[in-house]
Design a protein around this ligand. Structure first.
Ligand SMILES: Cc1cc2nc3c(=O)[nH]c(=O)nc-3n(C[C@H](O)[C@H](O)[C@H](O)COP(=O)(O)OP(=O)(O)OC[C@H]3O[C@@H](n4cnc5c(N)ncnc54)[C@H](O)[C@@H]3O)c2cc1C
Length: 621
């Protein structure tokens, strides 16, 4: 396997086929047309296209950015993106996960997400065009009338037409229920929309012939807040009965944002109905808009998790290459030797690299576990399907917030590995850091994710079903690890679960006492702690496989024999490295977990008692 500069392809295969056994999905009818060879060929093609086409275009796109022409009110994307997107479309990637009935390939989500990792690592700003297209198409697939499906689906599945998600408005950010966009029903059953949408990713661009916008709006007379929201399909161009493009709809691009990162992604302001002619078609029932949009939001949250994993993976891989080439100081392991050494020899640099490696691997495992849980929730029956859905629901905020928080930290650490060069735009890691910051903000800020996890997914979830499934799955790994993995790593996870349980019990007491402010004040630390527990579980799970595999190849997992074998044999080297990163996570990094739990249960009231004026010391005038 050739070395990919952005993603450790061996690790992708390990997670897909050795940990999650994704190839076994083929036993279900829905995926019976695929086997491991099909998946391999798809991954290889994705890798090649990502590295050879998207990655070079992405650095250029950062410099040129998406451009807005205020006269024509149109947006152009960087040239390299157009070439790369055409190849991406020709290779059939847009419809990889879509229903074959509509021109898609129907591959499992877990494979689609592994593919997305390659493209995310090559360019977050590139892949967002496609993920929004995919999410919008699946909304129509699941909630559209036969007529809407007939008009839009095939062209969206094949990547001819793009898509967006239009929620945000100037006064409606995290609070989507505050939106003001209005819809008025017409005699022919369509609706006329008026309003402003802002921050719309891919809201306009010249990659696609047509752009299909799912738009949240309130039908005249409907109640305030989220219960009164409906969702409409608003095409950029109307579509004639024969499928050709008709007149331009009254949805106009009024500008794009100038941003810190993802500059190749067009973040647009859209004006709907300036001339009273913006026509939309209702998706699903009236006032069901939020419920319907949640399907796309959940998908998009995992898309963001993928983007974060990609950016972190790329930053890590670049740092490794850099550290193996940059000469500075002498090797501290060789006493009295003053010959120059690569910085990878320094324990502090090794610590940074191992920290990054252990985070990226855990992110990859958890994100792909969430993805395969989605697949299993569709193909399994009864309790198994219910459990898979429960686990997926629990993991979505953990992957979205966890990966995006970590992407910012990992890309920052990558800059540290590069030293001063990391701060300079000639080197790739500062772009990765800039591109990754948005991931903690859009698609529901990580603060909002922490409330979703703490309230909806945990404390308000009937009988805490999701959390119970999460613990049940960890218990299965603990059982599997017995006699295989060093007892101290098993104990770390077992005790982690016990301590988390005690913490959740205390939070449930606060819930029963209706002390909601106390709970909201610790939602983010709880999210961090839960993510750490999930990542510790992932690393223990990996050890249940890597330890026997390395023993099989090298006879042992440590000591001279194993080390020599690892230096000589690529497979041994892979497992050896994977074991070290799991040991690092469970034996060192996971020590921070208790810090979060202590914070959560400290009972400190400073946050609750803080009132607006204390932040500046000034009283209101
Ligand atoms: C580059 C980019 C692309 C985007 N793409 C899209 C898109 O395609 N479609 C779309 O609809 N939107 C998009 N957005 C909008 C994005 O989803 C919002 O910016 C985000 O949801 C936050 O809203 P806001 O910016 O208004 O911040 P605010 O909601 O004002 O939040 C500010 C801070 O207050 C916190 N906060 C707010 N309310 C609460 C609360 N109830 N409890 C606790 N904390 C709270 C937040 O966590 C945050 O830290 C995009 C934004 C950007 C910058």
């Amino acid at each position: 396997m050739a070395l990919n500069p952005l993603v450790d392809s061996r690790d992708v295969r390990f997670v897909l086929f050795e940990i999650l056994e994704a190839d076994k999905l083929s036993k279900h009818e829905k995926f019976s047309g695929f086997d491991k060879d099909t998946y391999e060929a798809t991954l290889e093609l994705a890798e090649q296209l990502a590295v050879e086409q998207v990655y070079p275009a992405n650095a250029e796109a950062d410099k040129t950015g998406a451009k807005y022409d205020p006269k024509a009110k149109t947006v152009t994307v960087p040239e390299g993106y157009k070439t790369a997107m055409n190849l991406y479309i020709e290779s059939g990637f847009p419809g990889l996960g879509n229903d074959p009935q509509w021109g898609g390939t129907g591959m499992p989500e877990v494979i689609c997400r592994a593919v997305a990792d390659y493209f995310s690592a090559a360019g977050v700003a590139f892949i967002v065009y496609d993920t929004l297209r995919g999410g919008a198409s699946r909304l129509i697939e699941n909630f559209g009338t036969d007529e809407l499906k007939k008009i839009y689906l095939e062209k969206m599945s094949t990547g001819q037409w793009g898509g967006t998600m239009c929620l945000t408005e100037p006064s409606a950010g995290s609070d989507v229920g505050a939106l003001k966009t209005k819809a008025v029903k017409q005699k022919d059953g369509t609706y006329l929309l008026t309003g402003q949408k802002i921050f719309i990713t891919a809201g306009d661009n010249d990659l696609y012939e047509n752009i299909i916008h799912p738009v949240l709006a309130r039908i005249e007379g409907d109640p305030p807040g989220t219960p009164g929201i409906s969702i409409f399909i608003v095409p950029k161009y109307h579509v004639n009965p024969d499928g050709s493009l008709g007149e331009r709809n009254d949805i106009v691009t009024s500008g794009i944002e100038h941003k810190m990162g993802i500059k190749g992604s067009a973040t647009c302001s859209l004006s709907l109905g300036d001339n009273g002619k913006c026509v939309g078609w209702l998706l699903g029932e009236e006032r069901q808009g939020m419920k319907i949009m949640f399907q796309m939001m959940n998908e998009a949250r995992l898309d963001v998790a993928d983007q974060a994993l990609g950016a972190a993976s790329s930053a890590y891989m670049h740092s490794v290459t850099y550290a193996k080439n940059r000469v500075q100081g002498s090797d501290p392991a060789k006493k009295g030797d003053f010959a120059s050494a690569m910085i990878v020899k320094h324990p502090d640099v090794k610590r940074m690299l191992l920290w990054m490696k252990s985070q990226v691997e855990a992110m990859r495992m958890l994100t792909l576990l969430a993805a395969i849980s989605g697949d299993l929730s569709h193909v399994e029956q009864g309790e198994k399907a219910k459990e898979a859905k429960g686990l997926l629901d629990f993991l979505i905020p953990l992957c979205k917030a966890g990966n995006s928080d970590l992407a910012w930290l990992v890309t920052s650490e990558a800059m540290q590995v590069y030293g001063g060069y990391g701060f300079c735009s000639e080197y790739p890691v500062e772009q990765l850091a800039r591109d990754s910051k948005i991931l903690a903000i859009y698609e529901g800020t990580n603060g909002i994710q922490s409330m979703d996890l703490t309230m909806r997914k945990l404390l308000m979830n009937p009988e805490m079903f999701n959390y119970t499934v999460f613990k049940k799955r960890i218990a299965q790994t603990l059982e599997k690890a017995k006699g295989v993995v060093d007892e101290k790593y098993i104990a770390a996870v077992r005790e982690g679960v016990e301590k988390m349980d005690a913490t959740v019990k205390k939070l449930a007491e606060l819930r029963d006492q209706k002390k909601m402010l106390d709970i909201l004040a610790i939602a983010t630390p709880l999210q961090n702690a839960m993510r750490m527990l999930a990542h510790a579980w992932m690393h223990l799970w990996s050890l249940t496989i890597t330890v026997p595999k390395l023993k099989e190849i090298a006879g042992d997992v440590s000591g001279e024999k194993a080390l020599n074998m690892a230096k000589d044999n690529a497979e041994a080297a892979y497992y050896y490295g994977r074991i070290l990163s799991a040991r690092y996570y469970l034996g060192s990094e996971f020590k921070h977990f208790e810090g979060y739990l202590n914070y959560i249960t400290s009972g400190e009231q400073a946050v609750i008692e803080a009132f607006d004026e204390i932040f500046t010391g000034a009283l209101p005038q």
